[in-house]
Ligand binder design. Structure first.
Ligand code: TEU
Length: 597
């Protein structure tokens, strides 16, 4: 049993930062709502659906990139940081969205993608134009390995494997040098060692804040600092055991939370955020970040970022690579979440998420999108939202949207999936076998259109959608759920309200119970307010079997009040004496153990 200590003890509920009580909603614009019938979601589509966000009760919208982009990686390849891509609308449309959100008391957080630009960004075009270009050093240019000719197999400056398959280096024939791209070859990495690069980025960020945006979600921001020696050399990474000669290696030790990362983030804070009085939010997306690093990144005294997205929990069912899956074990989730809750208890802050535009849908991944769809979606939502931290809801998660039943390569759109398929088939594997592993892991699962109603294309577009709508849209959609108190949507609404209303949910201590139980996820939250202690016990049956609380957690039968339940029979029931001792499949309860403070 581990107890995470109460943060902000001296400041009380009122003194804690505003985002400790906030819930963020992520909009991935290409698939949210299409206003003009071209099959691609757009800004006016979002503005037209603000009522949905008001109804849900979220405080902040994080908008995935809408900047000008060749769309090689769905907008995470930016060619102009100061303008909106015509596919999504205009700057005026963006201003209107910001105004619409602000008028409804919500904030807008933009995506900030500054580890790399598009290869079509004028900075890169200039950098590539000649070895003597004043911007040559804005990116990572390196000659071939010593003694090798440019383009020869294995001549790349390091052996690193790209996130999107193949080497991280692309040869520029004209100059005979390679440039670094951790992601696609159309996403060259910016050289953050160069102060001109950093100051150009800070100026761009200030411009957006001045325009009225309320903060940034910072894409792979812990990759900005590369471990480069005084001669400018980058080191090879380890190659998986038993690999063929010439196999690609893992370069992450050279760029995950690199040597100057804290310096860069503190400088960014100083140059962009210091002195501003608006209530802003910064969240750093940080693959590979450890709890210890996260404490440093989010310690308010260090002025780096407010919170980070960590990846530990979403890697628990992966074996080495995201494509190789192993069974999910609830005990591992408890160990992981428990460590993060404890590690960031007195300093720093957690963000909480199941889904985003890169992850398969949680109800399909660790829930049951068949018989127990509603119950498992609401059970997992309760589990997450009752932790201490700021919850993020990804579009469609609040409807219990599921993975798409992919059966053919032409249903896929994402560069990561398509490159993996191409690479593996070239290595001699059967297409069907590779497709099967892609189906459950592809980012396209998150990217199918939001299901608004039972009409054509789920109400997403009047045209031909850029990616197919999930065939279950006739059953699973917002219109069907809006007035249904037992829907996934209604349950998310209640969870969000709970965080706003209950200081114990926002700020209370976290104590994990029963770390070794395979199906019951149980924990307490405790908040010492002026009116006395307030304690909640959260019990979630993460399984399709019944679970008798009398056997495993008898204290759950001594509750004073039922705060929330996801079982239709108990909705609105506040008297714990009237609840059975047995939890049904995927049943979750939030119980008050103390007299109401
Ligand atoms: O993703 C960061 C990241 O590490 C990716 O590897 C991501 O986890 C992967 O797609 C999961 O399979 C961010 C963005 O969220 C992603 O959409 C971008 O493609 C990527 O950065 C490059 O900008």
């Amino acid at each position: 049993m581990t107890t995470a200590r109460q943060a902000h003890p001296a400041s009380g509920h009122e003194g804690a930062p505003w985002w400790t009580r906030a819930v963020v909603y992520q909009v991935w614009p290409r698939s949210f709502a299409d206003s003009d019938g071209d099959g691609v979601g757009d800004l006016r589509g979002i503005t037209g659906r603000l009522d949905h966000l008001v109804d849900l009760g979220v405080d902040v919208v994080w908008l995935s990139p809408v900047y000008r982009s060749p769309q090689d990686d769905a907008g995470y390849d930016i060619s102009d940081y100061t303008d909106v891509d015509p596919a999504f609308g205009t700057l005026a449309d963006l201003d209107e969205l910001i105004e619409g959100l602000h008028a409804r008391g919500m904030k807008l957080v933009m995506d900030l993608v500054v580890n790399h630009t598009s290869d079509e960004h004028p900075w890169f075009v200039e950098s590539r134009s000649s070895k003597d270009s004043p911007k040559r050093d804005w990116y990572w240019w390196r000659g071939p390995r010593e003694g090798m000719a440019p383009g020869a197999p294995g001549a790349e400056p390091t052996n690193w494997r790209s996130f999107f398959s193949g080497p991280t280096w692309e040869l520029d024939e004209a100059s005979g040098e390679y440039y670094l791209h951790l992601f696609s070859r159309k996403q060259p990495d910016l050289n953050w060692e160069n102060p001109q690069v950093r100051h150009a980025v800070y100026a761009m960020m200030r411009g957006w804040l001045d325009r009225g945006v309320d903060g940034f979600r910072m894409d792979v921001v812990n990759f900005l600092s590369k471990d480069v020696d005084l001669e400018g050399a980058l080191a090879d990474g380890p190659v998986p055991e038993g690999s063929a000669p010439g196999a690609l290696g893992d370069g992450s030790a050279s760029y995950v939370s690199g040597p100057r990362i804290h310096e860069f983030l503190a400088e960014m804070h100083e140059q962009v955020f210091a002195g501003r009085t608006a209530q802003l939010l910064t969240v750093g997306e940080m693959p590979g970040v450890t709890v210890e690093d996260a404490v440093l990144f989010t310690d308010p005294a260090r002025r780096e970022v407010d919170m980070v997205f960590q990846f530990e929990h979403v890697s628990l069912d992966q074996e080495g690579s995201k494509w190789a899956r192993r069974p999910f074990d609830l005990r591992e989730l408890k160990a992981s979440f428990g460590r993060w809750q404890e590690g960031l208890a007195s300093t720093g802050w957690n963000s909480l998420y199941w889904n985003n535009h890169d992850q398969p849908r949680i109800v399909s991944r660790w829930g049951d999108d068949g018989e127990h769809r509603v119950r498992s979606a609401t059970c997992l939502a309760t589990l997450l939202h009752l932790h201490r931290g700021t919850p993020y809801v990804y579009q469609g998660e609040e409807l219990g949207m599921a993975d798409f039943p992919f059966t053919s390569p032409d249903q896929l759109r994402d560069i990561e999936s398509l490159n993996h398929l191409r690479e593996q088939v070239a290595l001699g594997r059967e297409e069907a076998e590779v497709l099967a592993e892609i189906a459950g892991a592809s980012r396209d699962n998150a990217r199918t259109p939001v299901q608004w109603d039972a009409g054509p294309n789920g109400g997403f577009t009047t045209g031909e959608p850029w990616i197919a709508v999930n065939p279950d849209a006739d059953q699973v959609n917002a219109a069907a759920q809006r007035d249904d108190e037992h829907s996934v949507l209604a349950h998310y609404r209640r969870l969000i309200a709970l965080r706003h209303d209950e200081p114990v949910v926002a700020l209370g201590d976290f104590t994990m119970l029963l770390p070794d139980h395979e199906h019951l996820y149980a924990f307490t939250r405790r908040w010492d307010s002026a009116a006395g202690p307030d304690e909640l016990l959260v019990v979630c049956n993460v399984s399709g079997e019944q679970l008798d609380l009398a056997d495993v957690l008898p204290q759950a039968l001594e509750a004073r009040e039922v705060v929330l339940s996801n079982a239709p029979a108990h909705l609105g029931q506040t008297d714990p004496g009237l609840l059975p001792a047995v939890l049904g499949p995927w049943e979750a309860r939030v119980l008050r153990m103390s007299a109401r403070a």
